[in-house]
Structures are given as C-alpha cells and as structure tokens.
Design a protein around this ligand. Structure first.
Ligand SMILES: [Zn+2]
Ligand SMILES: [Zn+2]
Length: 152
C-alpha cells in the first residue's frame, strides 16, 4: 500500500510504503490538547516504511522525557506524527490524503472524555487503557501503552 500525508498548509509532506496498523482513538484530556480535538485519531506505522518528502524545515518536535513525542508543522499547526527517540512510529489519521483501509479499532480512556463529546453506540470502548498486548519492542510499547495519556 502507498499512502501520502500532509499538513494543513501543505509545506510538509510524507509518504508511507506500507500499511498502517493498530488505529486507535484516545479520549483523555492530554490527547484532547495534543490533537486539538475531542480525541486522538492515530495509527502505527513501520518506521522503515515512512519517509518525509518535503518540508522538514517546518517540522517541530515536542517530546517527553520518555522519548515519546509528537511532530507538527510550525506554520499551520497540524500534528503529523508520533515519534519515539526521533523515529516516526505513528501518524495522525487526519493528515492522510488517501483511505488507509483501516478503521479505529478501539476507543480508550472513554471514562475521561469531554462532557460535550457524544460517543457513537456500538464501538469498542475502554474506560481507561485497552488490555495490554504482546509487545515486540520498547518503541511499540511506548505507543501501545499511550505513555502520554492519563485518566482525566
Ligand atoms: Zn503546515
Ligand atoms: Zn490519551
């Protein structure tokens, strides 16, 4: 699969030669702020399949001490991807140009959602984090356990 993504102003563009996996939406207060939205919409990518095409000069990083961070466009403010130790491990679904043929499989920290958000019926919800799955790497673990998220 070939996917492309870009920020709102279009200066930053990326390309993915592969498929996204583990799409999720987190409704915690930190994700609301980080993604400027009611929740995150995020999926993992194999780092070796991700490539910046242009606009890296516009890319700004906000990283936590654990090495996990987000990268966004300093001109328009779009949040484009998640990084672990400076390597891209996931992308925000909103900045994709094509249909990634993946759906958000789980909604986490629904117990912390904003009072104004209405969650549709029939979706998989977790009051806090989803049950832990087998982890192949620290990087995957960092993303999979949502280190930036917290109840509230
Ligand atoms: Zn931009
Ligand atoms: Zn969160």
């Amino acid at each position: 699969m070939k996917l492309t993504g870009e920020c709102f102003c279009g200066e930053i563009k990326y390309k993915i030669n592969g498929a996204l996996f583990d799409a999720r939406s987190c409704h915690c207060s930190r994700c609301r702020k980080a993604f400027s939205s009611q929740a995150s919409a995020y999926a993992l990518v194999n780092p070796s399949e991700f490539r910046w095409v242009c606009g890296k000069d516009y890319l700004t990083t906000y990283a936590s001490q654990q090495g996990f961070g987000l990268q966004f466009c300093k001109q328009c403010g779009s949040t484009l991807c998640g990084i672990y130790e400076n390597e891209v491990h996931g992308v925000t679904l909103g900045c994709l140009n094509e249909d990634p043929k993946i759906e958000i499989g789980r909604h986490i920290f629904v117990g912390s959602k904003a009072s104004w958000e209405v969650i549709p019926k029939g979706i998989t919800q977790h009051q806090e984090d989803a049950p832990k799955r087998r982890l192949h790497s620290t990087a995957y673990a960092a993303h999979s356990t949502n280190v930036m998220c917290k109840k509230s």
